[in-house]
Design a protein around this ligand. Structure first.
Ligand code: F6R
Length: 260
């Protein structure tokens, strides 16, 4: 894992956007996996600005979202269809037929999850997957004890995750219990993973993810097995890393050809 510690979430988000923009410029047909939540909002603002001001072209990119709630119509204000349209897809030139978000209304959920995996494979796999992380260590909505080899499927959210999402639904009672999410195995198949984590609230789980044992109790710890995962953190989220000084030292001394 590469750990990059930035002074604040603004510089961290800008760096993540710069890395993704470089990937799109190098390969206009890039396949990108996107998350939702509070963490990537500034990252999306950067991508939109780069599209408007620098001509960053999404017309040939293909996208796959990590997850979606079960049972919500795509126009529900809490759905990730609406979130993505508002924060990214509606503001850049990505082709509508190239956007993929799990179908939380599918009549046959297992078949729809298998199809999602098939669509990822047909697209050639995910070149770069962006992730946030839950305070319990979930990535996508792979809650603790998720199989580290799991594929796209239905999951039940923990009480804590439903509480975390309450604001979007006008109260915890309205948050769906179920989601469709890429599995940990699906995520680990991505060629590059960028995990963003900001704020002191994420510090304990970031430390366990990076420096603790690999365990299904901390699903994000499975990323230790991935050959190209970059964590982009602000100072607060890096606050409990025992080897933070080492990560800073490595970043400062990157060979020029490896710099972002
Ligand atoms: C959302 C997702 C989740 C979030 C995580 C952190 O698509 O996959 O894993 O990334 O719950 O959420 P925030 O960023 O709101 O703290």
């Amino acid at each position: 894992m590469e750990i990059i510690i930035q002074p604040d979430s603004g510089t961290a988000s800008a760096l993540a956007a710069k890395i993704v923009a470089r990937i799109i410029k190098d390969n206009p047909d890039a396949v990108i996996g996107f998350p939702t939540g509070a963490t990537p909002l500034e990252f999306y603002r950067n991508l939109v600005r780069m599209h408007r001001e620098e001509g960053l072209d999404f017309s040939r990119t293909t996208t796959f979202n990590l997850d979606e709630f079960v049972g919500l119509p795509p126009d529900h204000s809490g759905s990730y269809h609406v979130y993505m349209d508002k924060h990214l897809f509606g503001q850049v030139n990505v082709g509508r037929d190239r956007i993929h978000i799990p179908d939380g209304l599918a009549a046959d959920i297992p078949a729809s999850c298998r199809r999602y995996e098939e669509e990822i494979r047909t697209a050639g796999g995910i070149d770069v997957q962006i992730l946030g992380i839950g305070v319990d260590g979930h990535i996508g909505f792979n809650e603790p004890t998720s199989s580290l080899g799991s594929r796209t499927r239905i999951k039940t959210l923990t009480r804590q995750t439903r509480r975390e999402n309450a604001a979007e639904f006008g109260g915890e009672d309205n948050v769906p219990y179920h989601v469709l999410t890429m599995g940990i195995g699906t995520i680990l198949d991505s060629r590059l993973i960028l995990l963003l984590a900001f704020g002191a609230k994420k510090a304990p789980i970031v430390a366990q993810t990076v420096e603790g044992p690999v365990t299904a109790l901390i699903p994000a710890s499975a990323l230790q097995h991935h050959p190209r995962t970059i964590l982009i953190l602000d100072e607060e989220a890096a606050g409990e890393l025992a080897k933070a000084d080492y990560y800073r030292y490595v970043y400062e001394h990157k060979p020029d050809w490896q710099k972002y």
